[in-house]
Design a protein around this ligand. Structure first.
Ligand SMILES: *[C@@H]1O[C@H](CO)[C@@H](O)[C@H](O)[C@H]1NC(C)=O
Ligand SMILES: [Ca+2]
Ligand SMILES: [Ca+2]
Length: 219
């Protein structure tokens, strides 16, 4: 999912940038992920953990000059993106840096190259670059890797998920989290993405085995 896009739209609104130039550190190849909490809601639950389905916006900047290389607000029609935390769907530094976050929380996460795009970089990120992400979390759902979520999705309890079952689940999740339904095309897109990533044998169903990436989760 790490499509890097040009980010013209976001540049217009990235007034934070000026704050960040002072932050510019030299690139430490083996440093640690640095987390700065920018905003934390008073009621901060649920907290994200590995395997949770996270919905978030994130903007990426190069530490050395503050230039922006990624912006989820202008990618994919500006929808915040869904991903599973802690399983390598995003760079390692974000898997680490977005742990224990609640909906509404904002963080600035500084990631050394070893936990970002490495010694090779990934255009337009140059080799050995420390990157900074500003993230805002919108939703934290248990799953899709929790067995709880699987059982909720599997409406007819046959231990496989059809596209209809997954879509219905997403529809209800969105309504619950956002107070209003999402349009069908949007749900369809997320669902296609989920099947693309999880339906390994491409039979149009997600089996409990395909779904269950954690050995300790037993059905
Ligand atoms: C990136 O870092 C590696 C290891 O520290 C080094 O071997 C390589 O030359 C560096 N690449 C660039 C383009 O600076
Ligand atoms: Ca089913
Ligand atoms: Ca399958």
């Amino acid at each position: 999912m790490w499509r890097l896009v040009s980010c013209t739209l976001c540049l217009l609104v990235s007034f934070q940038l000026s704050l960040w130039t002072v932050w510019a550190a030299e690139d430490e190849p083996d440093g640690e992920v640095k987390i700065e909490v920018l905003f934390k809601p008073e009621t901060c639950t649920p907290k994200s953990k590995r395997g949770d389905l996270i919905n978030a916006h994130y903007d990426g900047y190069l530490a050395k000059d503050g230039s922006q290389f990624y912006c989820s607000r202008s990618d994919k029609a500006g929808h915040p993106q869904w991903f599973v935390l802690g399983v390598g769907q995003v760079i390692k530094g974000l898997d680490i840096g977005m742990d224990d976050m609640c909906p509404g929380e904002k963080r600035k996460i500084t990631v050394p190259p070893s936990l970002a795009f490495g010694t090779k970089g990934k255009d337009p990120v140059p080799p050995n670059a420390t990157v900074i992400f500003e993230v805002e979390v919108y939703a934290v759902s248990r799953g899709p890797r929790s067995m709880e979520a699987f059982k909720n999705m599997d409406a007819d309890k046959d231990r496989t998920l059809t596209k209809e079952e997954v879509k219905e689940y997403l529809k209800l999740e969105y309504e619950k989290k956002e107070g209003k339904p999402r349009d069908d095309a949007y749900l369809q897109k997320i669902m296609d993405d989920i099947f693309y990533k999880n339906d390994q044998d491409k039979d149009g169903l997600i089996s409990s085995k395909e779904y269950n990436i954690y050995e300790h989760d037993e059905l």
